[in-house]
Design a protein around this ligand. Structure first.
Ligand SMILES: C[S@@+](CC[C@H](N)C(=O)[O-])C[C@H]1O[C@@H](n2cnc3c(N)ncnc32)[C@H](O)[C@@H]1O
Length: 287
């Protein structure tokens, strides 16, 4: 196991407090929301086409995506590096007891060694690439393409970082949230991406947001939220504290991903400001 993955497991993905915070699901986590799941489902149906049964790989334990594939009677294999998190996330699944629900402990970067080539119809992922060091992205795209059957699909929500020319102030970000124009996750990302905090949090060489460096400053926003939102905000920042997000500009991501996949569709929820930075992609392997 590579050094950074081992460190990640020790620092975040394996820590019991993080496991609890992440497996709660809902607005205080980075789980996809209902409208995003509708986009996933729309794309998933396109990917199934007229096939009766598909074989799916899910990058990570994300219960909502595994439940979506299982709802369509698909064999679904989730691969996650953290045994504790994978079990906790499996436990909150709706279809956890189905025979088609399979899961493995493993590093996505090693999947070429333990999963069969050309064996998956669809790969589903939620913010997964954003966990991988930038210099490994292409190697992972290459592995995913090899694991997919010819003309297979890759469906992923992915964060892009377009550096703001003009910073927003916290009040505007909170007002957007309070008037339903953002999710709590979007609010945290907006603060990190679109305010002066980005200068502190974003390492331009590694293309990495180090949330630990700004979480204390974000905590002052809690007072501007109502009680229920403040509790969810606490849960979200509890796991963000140990988290880094690797993000490039949209242009750079599109250029890289197009070497391996066609971009078939990009799903955005128009009412949500942050959805524009965190779209859901329907990708198809290039031959
Ligand atoms: C896929 S992201 C999904 C976050 C998502 N928003 C959610 O709440 O479901 C987080 C998961 O990826 C797993 N993970 C991170 N890096 C990994 C790697 N290199 N290989 C396998 N799993 C990894 C973590 O253990 C964690 O369960």
């Amino acid at each position: 196991m590579e050094k950074y993955t081992r460190e990640g497991l020790k620092g975040g993905w394996g820590d019991m407090k993080i496991v609890e915070a992440r497996s709660k699901r809902g607005p205080g986590t980075s789980a996809p929301i209902e409208e995003e799941l509708e986009i996933y489902e729309e794309f998933f149906k396109i990917a199934i086409g007229n096939k009766k049964k598909t074989r799916n790989l899910v990058l990570g334990g994300t219960p909502e995506l595994r439940d979506l594939a299982l709802k369509y009677g698909s064999e679904t294999i989730a691969v996650d590096i953290s045994p504790k998190l994978l079990l906790a996330l499996t436990n909150v699944m709706e279809h956890k007891n189905e025979d088609n629900n399979k899961f493995m402990i493993g590093d996505w970067l090693d999947m070429g060694k333990f999963l069969q080539r050309n064996s998956f119809d669809i790969i589903l992922a939620d913010l997964s690439i954003n966990n991988i060091p930038f210099e490994k992205w292409e190697s992972l795209f290459n592995t995913l393409k090899k694991l997919l059957k010819k003309k297979g699909y890759f469906i992923i929500r992915h964060i892009n970082y377009n550096q703001s020319k003009k910073f927003k102030d916290y009040k505007k970000i909170i007002d957007d949230f309070n008037s339903g124009k953002n999710t709590l996750l979007g609010l945290v990302f907006e603060c990190g991406f679109c305010t002066g905090l980005s200068q502190k949090a974003y390492n331009t060489n590694k293309k990495e947001f180090v949330w630990k460096s700004v979480i204390d400053e974000l905590n002052i926003l809690k007072d501007m939220l109502d009680k229920k939102d403040a509790v969810n905000f606490d849960n979200l920042t509890a796991h963000a504290k140990y988290h880094t997000s690797i993000a490039t500009s949209e242009k750079e991501f599109h250029k890289l991903i197009r070497k391996y996949f066609w971009i078939k569709k990009i799903g955005i929820i128009n009412r949500l400001v942050f959805s524009h930075y965190m779209p859901i992609y329907l990708l198809r392997t290039r031959c």
